[in-house]
Design a protein around this ligand. Sequence first.
Ligand SMILES: Nc1ncnc2c1ncn2[C@@H]1O[C@H](COP(=O)(O)OP(=O)(O)OP(=O)(O)O)[C@@H](O)[C@H]1O
Ligand SMILES: [Mg+2]
Length: 255
Amino acid sequence: MDALQDQFAIRVRDLVVGFGRQTVLDHLSLDVRRGEILGLVGASGGGKSVLMRTIIGLIPRRSGTIEVMGQPTGGHGRGAATIWGILFQQGALFSSLTVRQNVQFPLRENLVLSQELMDEIAIAKLEMVGLRAQDADKYPSELSGGMTKRVALARALALDPPILFLDEPTSGLDPIAAGDFDALIKTLQKTLGLTVFMVTHDLASLTTVCDRVAALADGKIVAIGPMRELLQSEHPWVRAYFHGKRSQMLQHEMR
Ligand SMILES: Nc1ncnc2c1ncn2[C@@H]1O[C@H](COP(=O)(O)OP(=O)(O)OP(=O)(O)O)[C@@H](O)[C@H]1O
Ligand SMILES: [Mg+2]
């Protein structure tokens, strides 16, 4: 692996993805640096979830290349679960499994471990995301929204992957719970050296936890950099997004 490759956790080049006549991603290129938290913004229906799902191999691409940790995607085979953890936008947990069983699910799928060891790992992961051992026997229907996100995060991190994909992790949470979740992501990035790819509309998340922000418009990344650079962007969509009436109001209140 050469030094340049080593710098990036994810490299996307000239990616084209579509469904029928619709082209969603149109020659999109994007680099995610190792160890950074990259925030992705874009219009609703613009292709953020499609990009994430294409990188992890759930949606086929028409053309272009994707490398994750220096290897083309598809090259990881069943080992992929040890490379990335995922928090999907919708429906995070298996409702018929307890919290403990949800967190153990990737372990069962990928490793052969004693029940005792799996129980230890599950408790350790729950504590890592700020939950208690007593929560392990609850079912998803017995959890708050914030707890559900944390359990999903514990499950995503069960196999200690170096990359974490988050699709709107704070949507549906109140501002305090969202702030706590953001702080948790930042702590995990620092302590575990995680690379985090985060789709979010949350201006507070973009400002406080993201090292860089990428903007997706017209099927491409039209701006990328630290939030203060994005705020200077001349791109019409990026300007409208960050300087439109609604976000002005929010930014005013954040001051
Ligand atoms: N499996 C699929 N089959 C057909 N079309 C799809 C599929 N998945 C997504 N699309 C289409 O691709 C486009 C991009 O969808 P995507 O879910 O990526 O948007 P998004 O940027 O994540 O939006 P949001 O912010 O609302 O979550 C939409 O027009 C959507 O209808
Ligand atoms: Mg989406």
